[in-house]
Design a protein around this ligand. Sequence first.
Ligand code: SF4
Ligand code: SF4
Length: 132
Amino acid sequence: MSYFQVNDRCNGCLACVQNCPATALRAVDAEASRVLSHNMTRCARCGNCWRICPQEAIEFQFLLENRWDEVKTLDLVYCSVCGDPLYTADFGKTLSEKMDKTFKPVCSKHRDELPKIAGAHFLKGRTRKMEV
Ligand code: SF4
Ligand code: SF4
């Protein structure tokens, strides 16, 4: 989808092309057609074309709406102790491949505590056995 859109009200007057300070708009006449094109790399997003168009044909408003467009959704991996989100599953996979080992998902807060938690767990098991 192009970030710059022109709706059906455009009548090809060329006011936008002639008033674009960045030469980001062009019109090419070929045989029976006039083709209007926009180049996002050149565009300074100044909105001049949108303001100047007598037909209100340029759909540029959504670039000024300060909205967020979702571009990707990824699965998260959570800390196995507290459940805080750590990183994405794909990032963990990339790390494992690069380091040639697998990681236990533990946040920095619980990384040092994990051996203590594990120690306490084993100690509890031993105590229970001794009680029997
Ligand atoms: S100024 Fe508006 S009506 Fe004129 S060519 Fe550009 S988009 Fe079309
Ligand atoms: S926003 Fe500005 S730079 Fe971009 S096409 Fe319109 S007039 Fe040109």
